[in-house]
Design a protein around this ligand. Structure first.
Ligand code: NCD
Length: 307
């Protein structure tokens, strides 16, 4: 069903297709041998024009566990981009060598552009402050696994909602499920873009609100999605320094939260969650990172036609 398809933003897959992916990922989690070697002989190219730990390594781990191979770069300075090569030319070339391309690039829209020039399917691993659909697959699988479903919850997004692409993608995806309410918690300078609130949530009549202080709303939340302030996307260092510690989730603040509220974070974390919270059973961000590998295995196996 997903064979040969690209994934550029969350809306590219239907709810039914997502369900299939999640059940496949769950099967892999339950039986680590399932699909092992199903992608033998296939090649994944990981082109990372921006830093990454989890996304790149979980894609590579996923491909290796499926029996395939990986090539690529983690540092654009070592590719012909450093000589001024156009993205379209890089992609045309790499798609002669690989069966699937995973790309992270600082420019919004770059993944869509890449998919137009590629002979192989392209997976967007983050295009600037725009979208990050495989983080969303990770987040949705985490919620499905740990909450038992995806609808009927109040989710608070907290931190840098302006530049945080994981927030944009997750809000867009969750808008497709019934009973979801969203609260956007950010300083006024870092509010969520209107293309999300007006463009998507209002059209789909998803109840949503804004808040500035986490303490005011934490008690209402079933899920708290924390994010770091995206220093890499700030135009000036002064603003970053002023805003970077605006939110710090502490054990004290967690006392006001529901007993079963889940704390998610795409990671990397900087200061926004105190390490003392890590031992709280509601803090699931490291489990989330693991779900990222299972769902990427399911995604690659599906796109490569191994299931
Ligand atoms: C995020 C990203 O790169 O957008 N991380 C990730 O992929 N797990 C979040 C971030 O960088 O803050």
């Amino acid at each position: 069903m997903l064979k040969g398809r690209s994934l550029i933003e969350p809306g590219d897959f239907s709810l039914e297709e997502l369900e299939l992916l999640f059940s496949l990922a769950e099967k892999i989690e339950d039986n680590q041998d399932y699909l092992r070697c199903s992608c033998a002989g296939k090649v994944l190219a990981a082109l990372f024009f921006e830093p990454s730990t989890r996304t790149r390594l979980s894609f590579e781990a996923a491909m290796l566990r499926l029996g395939g191979s990986c090539l690529g770069f983690a540092e654009p300075g070592s590719s012909s981009a450093a000589k001024g090569e156009r993205l379209a030319d890089t992609i045309r070339t790499v798609s002669c060598y690989a069966d699937v391309i995973v790309m992270r690039n600082p420019k919004e829209g770059s993944a869509l552009l890449a998919s137009r020039f590629s002979a192989a399917p392209v997976i967007n691993a983050g295009d600037g402050g725009h979208h990050h659909p495989t983080q969303t697959l990770t987040d949705l699988l985490t919620l499905r696994r740990l909450r038992g479903g995806l609808g009927n919850c109040t989710i608070g997004f907290c931190g840098d909602l302006k530049f945080g692409r994981t927030v944009h993608s997750l809000a867009k995806a969750l808008a497709g499920y019934p009973g979801v309410r969203m609260i956007f918690i950010s300083p006024p300078e870092l509010t969520v873009p209107e293309y999300i609130t007006r463009g998507i949530l209002e059209k789909k009549m998803v109840p949503h609100g804004e808040a500035e202080r986490l303490e005011e709303v934490i008690g209402d939340l079933d899920v708290l999605y924390m994010t770091r302030v995206q220093r890499d996307r700030f135009f000036n260092e002064e603003d970053y320094i002023r805003l970077k510690d605006f939110y710090i989730l502490t054990a004290e603040k967690m006392k006001a939260a529901k007993k079963d509220m889940l704390v998610l974070h795409p990671l990397p974390r900087v200061n926004e969650i105190a390490p003392e919270v890590d031992g709280d059973s509601r803090a699931v961000y490291f489990k989330q990172a693991k779900y990222g590998m299972y769902v990427r295995m399911a995604l690659l196996a599906s796109i490569l036609g191994a299931v």
